[in-house]
Design a protein around this ligand. Structure first.
Ligand SMILES: Nc1ncnc2c1ncn2[C@@H]1O[C@H](COP(=O)(O)OP(=O)(O)OP(=O)(O)O)[C@@H](O)[C@H]1O
Ligand SMILES: [Mg+2]
Length: 253
């Protein structure tokens, strides 16, 4: 059996006495696009925070390509090839679009390089950042302050920042939240192309996005996965219908 890109084993998290994540088991394969859905407050963002090392787990394990992430800081996990975006837009608004991408590239290269080799690399950095701008279609916005971009463009920039370090596991928390239909279609296509060949784990409320993009779906309800499977199987699962999807699909109409 090949090693999963990401594996969660009996993962648990409590805040004080309140159990928020109650023993989650999940294996996400290499190059799989996996969506995590579930009602507000189910613990989706908390799960992301456990996986990326922002919160320590109460019990259980997170394995990235078979390596246990226990005790690792978020930046160490990032340098092991896992990168995430946040539910709330998270860019430097006064810096240019180009500098936002360049900074994240620089940061992801870390302290491996000393100052002099860094100088030699500055052209690589510029080229790298420009390639990312091409990928996210923001070349013509290169020198604008990031804060002046439209909302959808800012989320595209954020996706660029997330993929900049070359991570092979990408986690996106509600990448289409607050977008119109056309903006959503645009971002979905962008996500599809920039994550080609990578492992994608995303939290998403828009069922059109989820069913259009995901190879498999997990449904989190009150800190527990009540189902994991292919979209058509999850859609037809009576447990899922009852706990979440019935209401979520109705809300779309
Ligand atoms: N740092 C924290 N301290 C205490 N409780 C927290 C903390 N972070 C989250 N929670 C609680 O954990 C529960 C799950 O929150 P979380 O943000 O993970 O849900 P979610 O599934 O991402 O919801 P949404 O769909 O609204 O984004 C909520 O009841 C929340 O209040
Ligand atoms: Mg959330």
């Amino acid at each position: 059996m090949t090693t999963a890109a990401l594996e969660l084993k009996n993962l648990q998290k409590s805040f004080g006495k309140t159990e928020i994540i109650r023993g989650v088991n999940l294996a996400v394969g290499n190059s799989e696009r996996h969506a995590i859905i579930g009602p507000n407050g189910a613990g989706k963002s908390t799960l992301f925070n456990l996986i990326t090392g922002r919160f320590p787990q109460t019990a259980g394990e997170v394995l990235l390509h078979g390596q246990n992430l226990a005790g690792k800081a978020p930046f160490e996990i990032n340098r092991m090839g896992l990168s995430r975006s946040f539910q709330i837009t998270n860019i430097f608004p006064k810096m240019s679009v180009f500098e936002n991408v360049r900074c994240s590239l620089l940061w992801s290269m870390g302290y491996k390089y000393n100052f002099w080799s860094m100088v030699g690399r500055s052209r690589d950095l510029t080229e790298g950042a420009e390639q990312i701008l091409e990928q996210i279609n923001l070349t013509n916005r290169r020198d604008l302050p990031a804060g002046t971009l439209s909302y959808a463009e800012q989320r595209a920039l954020e996706i660029g920042i997330t993929i900049a370090g070359g991570a092979d596991v990408i986690m996106l928390d509600e990448p289409t939240a607050g977008m119109s239909h056309s903006e959503t279609d645009y971002i979905v296509e962008l996500i599809r192309t920039v994550t080609e060949g990578k492992t994608l784990i995303m939290v998403e409320h828009d069922m059109g996005v989820v069913f259009g993009l995901a190879d498999r779906i997990s449904v989190l309800v009150y800190g527990e996965l009540i189902a994991t499977g292919r979209p058509e199987d999850v859609r037809g699962d009576p447990k899922v219908q009852e706990a979440y999807l019935g209401a979520a699909l109705e809300a779309e109409h």
